[in-house]
Write a protein of this length. Structure first.
Length: 232
C-alpha cells in the first residue's frame, strides 16, 4: 500500500509586531503582511507571539487588527507572547471583539493545545504565555497526531540549545525540538530571521517591523520543508 502524500501547503510565519497604537510603524507592517498573504494565497497565517506590545492597548487598535485579519480567507493562528500574555483583561482575551473574526484562532489553553484545521489539512500545537513569570514554551508538547495533516508547532521564547544561556527566561531546548516529531517549529521572540534546527525544521521568522520581512514556509512531502524570506 502506497504512503499517503499530503497536499502541498504554504504558510506565512510572522511574530513580534509589538503593536502599540493605531498608525504606528507596526500597523503598517501588519497591513503589508495581510496584503502579502492575500496576494500569495497562503493556506494559513501564523503570528507567533507579541502581536501587541502590551495589554493596555486601546480597543481602537484591537479593532484595526481585526479589520485587517478579516481580509483573509485563510485561517490565522495567534499565539500569546510575553508582551501580550494571556492574563485577565488582556488584549487577546477580549472575546467581544475577537468573536467577530471567525477565521482567527487564538491559542488559549495554558497547558498547550492542538487545533486541527480540517479545511486546509494542518494541525497546530501551541502553548500560550499566560504569566509574567518564567515558563517553558515547549514544555508538555505531545507527539503529533496521525491524521494525515501537516503538523506545525508554535513556541515563543529563546532557543538555548543544550548549554547555558545568557537569557534568563522562556527557554526552548534543542532536545525539545528534535524529539518533538513535528514537521515544522515556528518560533517567535527573536527579532532576526534564523534557522535553529534542520530536523525537524525550526525557524525564527524575525520581527516584521524590524526586518521588513516575513517567513514563507513551503510544505511538501516530495521536497520537504522549505523556508524563505518574503519582503513586505
Amino acid at each position: 500500500m502506497s504512503k499517503h502524500v499530503r497536499k502541498r501547503k504554504r504558510i506565512l510565519h510572522s511574530s513580534d509586531f509589538h503593536l502599540d497604537q493605531p498608525g504606528d510603524k507596526a500597523c503598517a507592517s501588519l497591513k503589508a503582511l495581510v496584503k502579502l498573504a492575500v496576494e500569495e494565497e497562503v493556506d494559513m497565517m501564523m503570528i507567533v507571539g507579541d502581536l501587541f506590545d502590551h495589554n493596555r492597548v486601546s480597543d481602537k487598535l484591537i479593532k484595526f487588527v481585526i479589520d485587517q485579519l478579516q481580509c483573509l480567507k485563510a485561517p490565522v493562528v495567534i499565539l500569546p507572547g510575553n508582551h501580550d500574555c494571556l492574563v485577565p483583561g488582556c488584549a487577546l482575551g477580549k472575546d467581544e471583539f475577537w468573536s467577530k473574526c471567525p477565521n482567527v484562532r487564538i491559542i488559549k489553553n495554558s497547558g498547550g493545545e492542538i487545533v486541527d484545521f480540517s479545511e486546509v489539512g494542518i494541525s497546530v500545537w501551541g502553548r500560550p504565555i499566560d504569566t509574567f513569570e518564567d515558563m517553558k514554551p515547549m514544555e508538555g508538547i505531545p507527539a503529533p497526531g496521525n491524521n494525515g495533516y501537516w503538523q506545525i508547532a508554535l513556541a515563543h521564547g529563546y532557543y538555548v540549545g543544550n548549554g547555558a544561556s545568557m537569557f534568563p527566561s522562556y527557554h526552548i531546548t534543542e532536545e525539545e525540538i528534535t524529539k518533538s516529531g513535528w514537521d515544522y517549529i515556528a518560533l517567535g521572540h527573536v527579532v532576526t530571521f534564523s534557522c535553529v534546527c534542520s530536523k525537524p525544521v525550526a525557524y525564527y521568522c524575525g520581527a516584521a517591523p524590524f526586518t521588513g520581512m516575513a517567513a514563507m514556509v513551503e510544505l511538501s512531502d516530495e521536497t520537504g520543508v522549505q523556508v524563505s524570506q518574503y519582503e513586505l
